[in-house]
Design a protein around this ligand. Structure first.
Ligand code: GDP
Ligand code: IMO
Ligand code: MG
Length: 421
């Protein structure tokens, strides 16, 4: 069996959590491969709402194992509160969650370093979620990090102290001592609590499962345009959010990758700083934000809203090798008479159809095609044969432009509001 991958094609928050939850009954294992508690994946079903940050979105379905892979960075405090919230809904998390020994730990000082880094950048700040993601991945690649497996080592406290001292040298006279004192005890308590969850060598576990014919779905966090290599650098996160991140984040070889399901919204959003060529800094953007409830699932910040951007989406399909697409939140555009689609950009009088390298510095104007809206309530639609023509035309147009079939259409936040073609 091959590993299917489900990931975001825009700047995150496309609705990955919802679709993973919907398709989980088709899989034996759901595995997160990168990111950490910067993610916020929302699941809504049977009147419940749950936002997941570190735990894979298959956790509410019986008979599915959930794996936090080596590519993920873990804040024990966030993970503990997630587990407690899920257990309060009657799920015995210790039975269907496994954690890779090689997943790196976010220390309290990593979060302080994140804040310190953002403050020192001033106006050029990334708009980080301040969950300690960047500093933790820096320690990973700098070969200083602590991993979940280290908690099994009797010298763990010593190793922890050494890393904290390194951080303290960087922080110098920055005012951090109070935050550290307030958060350190809870961090160790949470680590103790996590002893209920089994640590595994997840690369062996997953490859054995694949050999036994089990079906695995890799769940991405963030989105392609936040990828450390291919996103709008430096306004990105610190991991590879693209399909290739599955290979390094789970220990699965490239020839074991099956379908790649790319998720996008029928429009576009972004949280935090950085270029967003089709952003609508006007009442139309505000209208999308209100109808789509576009407020961050992790930080509560307003999400910036704008029209769909085809050159960026084509790029995302290319670097991910998307084989299927899932279009989300079309219902948010139900009351729009016209919808715009960015087909090209104009730079210094020239028309281009790709994301230029110096996107942060150039004056780039989006070129739009205007499309007639469907002016119909889609939220009760369950079969595309009942869909208005304008909506079917929109789907067909996007499929033709992106050269990838749209196989899932989502028309509301609930599990039930999903059409699988
Ligand atoms: P993720 O990070 O990709 O999992 O996405 P988030 O959970 O951060 O953000 C997606 C938001 O849109 C959540 O509030 C979902 O409940 C909601 N949502 C998902 N799909 C749909 C949809 O088709 N229509 C509407 N109106 N809301 C949706
Ligand atoms: P999900 O998985 C949307 C953004 C932050 C910031 C940048 C860097 O829910 O789609 P970081 O905390 O990683 O240092 O922040 O990336 N960001 C996200 N935006 N959805 C996410 O995750 C995000 N995770 C990080 O807002 O601009
Ligand atoms: Mg999110």
């Amino acid at each position: 069996m091959k590993v299917d991958v489900l990931l975001g094609l825009q700047w995150g928050d496309e609705g990955k959590g919802k679709i993973v939850d919907v398709v989980t009954p088709d899989y034996d294992i759901i595995a997160r491969f990168q990111g950490g508690p910067n993610a916020g994946h929302t699941l809504i079903f049977e009147g419940h709402k749950q936002v997941l940050h570190t735990i894979p979105s298959g956790i509410f379905r019986k008979n599915t194992m959930n794996v936090i892979g080596n590519g993920v960075v873990i804040d024990p405090v966030t993970l503990k509160s997630e587990i407690e919230a899920i257990e309060a809904k009657g799920v015995d998390v210790s039975k269907n969650l496994l954690i890779s020994r090689k997943a790196h730990l976010i220390l309290p000082t990593h979060k302080i370093l994140d804040k310190f880094s953002e403050e020192s950048k001033g106006k050029k700040k990334i708009g980080s979620t301040l969950k300690g993601i960047g500093p933790t991945y820096m320690d990973k690649t700098g070969r200083n990090g602590l991993r979940m497996g280290d908690t099994e080592n009797p010298k763990f406290k010593e190793k922890y102290q050494q890393l904290v001292e390194k951080h303290q040298r960087i922080l110098g006279d920055y005012d951090y001592q109070n935050i550290l004192t307030e958060t350190e005890n809870a961090w160790f308590e949470a680590l103790d609590f996590l002893k209920n969850i089994e640590l595994i060598d997840s690369e062996h576990y997953l490859n054995n499962a694949i050999s036994e014919g089990k079906k695995v779905l890799a769940e991405g966090a963030q989105g392609t345009l936040l990828d450390i290599d291919f996103g709008t650098y430096p306004f990105v996160t610190s991991s590879n959010t693209i399909t290739a991140g599955t290979c390094t984040g789970l220990g699965v070889a490239p020839n074991k990758i099956g379908d790649v399901i790319g998720i996008f919204k029928a429009y576009c959003t972004r949280v935090g700083s950085g270029p967003f060529l089709t952003e609508l800094d006007d009442e139309v953007g505000q209208r999308i934000r209100e109808i789509g409830h576009e407020y961050g699932a992790t930080t509560g910040r307003d999400r910036r809203c704008g029209w769909i951007d085809l050159p960026a989406l084509k790029y995302a399909c290319m670097v991910n090798g998307a084989t299927k697409l899932s279009m989300m939140k079309a219902d948010v555009l139900d009351s729009f008479d016209t919808i715009k689609v960015c087909t090209h950009y104009e730079v210094e009088g020239k028309r281009i159809d790709y994301l230029p390298y110096d996107i942060n510095d150039l004056d780039i104007q989006p070129v739009y095609k205007e499309i007639r809206g469907w002016n119909t309530d889609l939220t009760t639609l369950r079969d595309l044969k009942d869909a208005p023509k304008e909506f079917l035309d929109y789907i067909a147009y996007l499929e033709a432009e992106l050269s990838v079939p749209i196989s899932i259409v989502s028309v509301g936040p609930d599990r039930e509001q999903t059409i699988i073609k």
